[in-house]
Design a protein around this ligand. Structure first.
Ligand code: TYM
Length: 336
């Protein structure tokens, strides 16, 4: 049996890296596995990043993230889709897994090192972040986790955590594996950053729900192959972020023409960027139209999430019972 779990943080507007790297996969796996595909807006993770968290906007960003996923095609009647903080078992399991996780393994996580390096005071929650992530996955005994490449190390740690628990308390959890979207392991930022990222702010991202004019204003000045200084210099579309975006958005014919045009200096970078826009428009317009519709009836979004939380709890509660029993806690009303 396959059970899919994935989570997405409500720390900013969803972007095309989230979309191609993860959200599209959620929809595909949801169509395949129905209610064995479980997706979560991981709002409990958000406060670990002081730069991207504000209590005044968290609820709105959580709602927006749910709406965007539904606009992409995630159907809350088909899959289980909910908000992490509405299913209390996530925090409980997170603690029970924390007690046995070696500090050294957490300190080795590259995302922790990156984020901690930018902070003067490091919140303990930032270190524990991957344990909460492991709890998210293991709470549903999920074995399949669609993510972008940046999360692979965390999934490896989840496997370690599951293995350690099984060894200490008896076989309980499967060891989950990451499923990657090969075409979009790491979508680069439009400002030239190696990875498009919500936390790097709007100059790095192309929003899934961003107006096309605003997208063009970011694409037009975007850096391209640095070896192409003059219009007459040939370029290499494989080391150019606009080339990467064409691979995600453009049809085969356009891709062939821009690749050839770039290598032979037949087209300039601005032409190449203009030719990217129809593909972006084709992909994003229907998503933005569905988002606009959903925005007119927010109660649909909220009802979908409430239904999801109810079904998530129904799976999580017996797993937590099993974990508590295996770990030897005194059960309410039961003799030791
Ligand atoms: P988050 O919110 O940063 O990103 C959500 C998903 O989008 C992918 N992604 C990308 N893929 C390709 N190119 C990019 N530029 C890019 N940027 C983001 C991420 O890999 C991710 O799959 N820790 C997770 C959230 C989480 C989670 C979980 C995931 C919490 N619990 C349990 C899986 C299972 C995160 O911060 O994702």
């Amino acid at each position: 049996m396959t059970r899919v779990f994935s989570g997405i943080q409500p720390t900013g507007e969803p972007h095309i890296g989230n979309y191609f790297g993860a959200m599209r996969n959620y929809v595909r796996l949801g169509q395949q596995y129905g209610s064995d595909a479980i997706y979560c807006i991981v709002d409990l993770h958000a406060p670990t990043n002081p730069a991207a968290y504000d209590p005044a906007t968290l609820a709105r960003l959580t709602f927006e993230m749910a709406l965007a996923n539904m606009a992409v095609g995630l159907d809350p009647e088909q899959v289980i889709f909910f908000v992490q903080s509405q299913v209390r078992e996530h925090t409980e399991l997170s603690w029970l897994l924390t007690v046995n996780t070696p500090l050294g393994e957490l300190e080795r996580m590259t995302q922790f090192k990156d984020k901690a390096g930018k902070l003067e005071s490091i919140p303990a929650g930032l270190l524990m972040y991957p344990v909460l992530m492991a709890a998210d996955i293991l709470l549903y005994k999920a074995d399949t986790v669609p993510v972008g490449e940046d999360q692979v190390q965390h999934i490896e740690l989840t496997r370690e955590i599951a293995r350690r628990f099984n060894h200490a308390y008896g076989p309980t959890f499967p060891e989950p594996r990451a499923v990657l979207e090969q075409a979009a392991l790491r979508v680069p930022g439009v400002d030239g950053h190696a990875k498009m990222s919500k936390s790097k702010g709007e100059s790095s991202t192309i929003g899934l729900l961003e107006p096309l004019g605003s997208i063009w204003n970011k694409v037009r000045p975007a850096p391209t192959d640095p070896a192409r200084v003059r219009r007459s210099d040939p370029g290499n579309p494989d080391i150019c972020l606009i080339g990467d975006y064409h691979k995600l958005f453009s049809d085969a014919q356009t891709l062939l023409e821009i690749t050839d045009g770039c290598r032979t200096a037949g087209i300039g970078c601005i032409d190449c960027k203009k030719r990217l826009m129809p593909g972006i428009e084709r992909e994003l317009t229907p998503i933005q139209a569905r988002a606009a519709e959903l925005r007119e009836r927010p109660e649909t979004v909220l009802a979908g999430l409430a239904y999801g939380a109810e079904r998530a709890r129904a799976i999580a509660a017996p797993v937590m019972d099993e974990v508590r029993t295996r770990m030897g806690f005194l059960r309410a009303g039961a003799r030791p």
